[in-house]
Design a protein around this ligand. Structure first.
Ligand SMILES: *[C@@H]1O[C@H](CO)[C@@H](O)[C@H](O)[C@H]1NC(C)=O
Ligand SMILES: *[C@@H]1O[C@H](CO)[C@@H](O)[C@H](O)[C@H]1NC(C)=O
Length: 421
């Protein structure tokens, strides 16, 4: 049939590639909205999501997953990780996520789950949990985005890439790039045969485009090679997979990506952008009304992308108060404890347990949440909140928002549908 259609189109003089005719992803991106949560802090550790795992080491040099494996007894570290993997996310989380009316989960995983190089202190054992997550997503009708969150050398220097450092090394060493490509090939061959559960793969989280042309050049090349791995996991001579490549914008505006990986030469590419209002002095100083207005104003940016645009990370937290959010041992801009920042206010009652939140703060969290959901659905193709749960930062937690009423039980039934008008 594809051959006949191809001939028919050729006779009509149309230039559509055969893959354009047959591409049908396991989720109707573009016509149905992505609504989801990230499963942060599970298979990639983040100090702010589970501060206890770091505090319990009694060693302040342990600031990320690399140092977690490096600076403590290995048997202890392995046992801690196994317990964490077994308990932090279970099938009941997937059931609760589905019951909350969501259709996607995005699951961060590091390269070290697939291979560890000589001298690298990472501890393995994540893959059985990744496989469980795929099963659980399938059991509950959720789509799973596999998100490579850490590459060799670190693509951004953030602790959530596995290795915190002041300037990333991923782009500066061809070995790192080659290893990342090999991991993406492994992921593609493992998972592209299950397009109804895994309709989309994110080949690399947040490459630090703000660190200059070397990172951006490496990122563009890597999007090209990961497209080949994801769409042609069994080689160019085989028919393409129906898996979408979800590329990250590397913190660049839509104009930077104009015409990049667009049809007809590419099919099934979506863009991921992350929107936070907490990582600068001016943002944490904004009033609640300014936060909401800024959320509504994202609509004009979101409507100017060529590709499907998914806001793959965002939150309704208006401050950087969550403990270790800026890194273990690093303070917050909001209360002035971050080096060089100016105090806006006290962090007490802004993060931690929702039992400490005032009712006006909870009302704001709901309004800010809805302003973002409205904007990301109206001008984008959907959203994935960061994150499903956090040990002690309910301002970031979807689960806590549901339990405490600022996130609706059904994300299509809003309390403030006109908040952006
Ligand atoms: C490149 O990175 C690899 C690890 O991926 C490391 O073993 C190697 O020493 C690095 N080479 C240079 C020149 O930095
Ligand atoms: C990035 O790519 C551009 C265009 O190919 C090239 O001119 C430039 O030298 C590259 N920069 C770096 C730092 O690799």
């Amino acid at each position: 049939m594809p051959f006949l259609r191809h001939v028919a189109f050729a006779l009509l003089g149309l230039s559509l590639a055969p893959s354009a005719l047959s591409f049908s992803p396991g989720f109707p991106y573009g016509s149905q909205k992505v609504r989801g949560v990230n499963l942060g802090g599970w298979l990639v550790l983040e100090p702010w999501i589970t501060p206890s795992l770091f505090d319990n080491t009694g060693n302040s040099a342990i600031v990320d997953e690399w140092t977690f494996g490096q600076h403590q007894n290995r048997v202890v570290a392995e046992a801690t990780l196994q317990t964490h993997w077994n308990t932090w996310i279970t099938e009941s989380d997937f059931a609760n996520i589905a019951a909350a009316g969501l259709n996607h989960v995005r699951l961060p995983i590091g390269y070290w789950a697939f291979e560890v190089g000589p001298g690298e202190p990472y501890i393995q054992g994540q893959l059985p949990y990744l496989q469980k997550a795929v099963t659980w997503a399938g059991n509950h009708g959720l789509k799973l985005i596999i998100d490579l969150h850490g590459a060799p050398g670190s693509q951004n220097g953030f602790d959530n890439s596995g290795q915190r450092m002041s300037f990333p090394h991923w782009q500066s060493n061809q070995t790192n790039i080659d290893r990342t490509n090999a991991v993406m090939k492994t992921i593609a061959t493992m998972f592209t045969s299950n397009p109804n559960v895994i309709p989309i793969i994110a080949p690399l989280n947040e490459p630090a485009g703000f660190d200059g042309a070397a990172v951006l050049n490496a990122t563009r090349d890597y999007w090209g090679s990961s497209y080949q791995s994801i769409r042609y996991p069994h080689g160019q001579s085989q028919s393409p997979s129906n898996i979408v490549e979800l590329i990250h914008d590397a913190f660049q505006p839509p104009s930077y990506w104009k015409g990049f990986e667009v049809a007809p030469n590419f099919q099934g590419v979506a863009m991921d952008t992350h929107i936070y209002q907490v990582f600068s002095d001016s943002e944490v100083a904004m009033s609640y009304q300014q936060h909401i207005k800024t959320a509504c104003q994202t609509q004009s940016t979101l409507s100017s992308y060529d590709l499907w645009i998914i806001v793959g990370e965002w939150a309704s937290a208006p401050t950087d108060c969550a403990k270790y959010l800026n890194g273990r041992g690093v303070g917050a801009r909001y209360d002035g404890s971050y080096s060089g920042s100016t105090k806006v206010g006290s962090c007490s009652g802004m993060t931690g347990s929702a039992s400490s939140f005032s009712s006006s703060y909870k009302t704001f969290l709901g309004q800010f949440w809805e302003a973002q959901v409205i904007s990301y659905e109206k001008s984008g193709d959907g959203w994935i909140q960061w994150t499903w749960k956090a040990e002690n930062a309910d301002d970031w937690s979807y689960e806590a928002g549901l339990a405490n009423g600022w996130i609706p039980k059904d994300p299509t039934k809003l309390q403030y549908p006109n908040i952006c008008n």
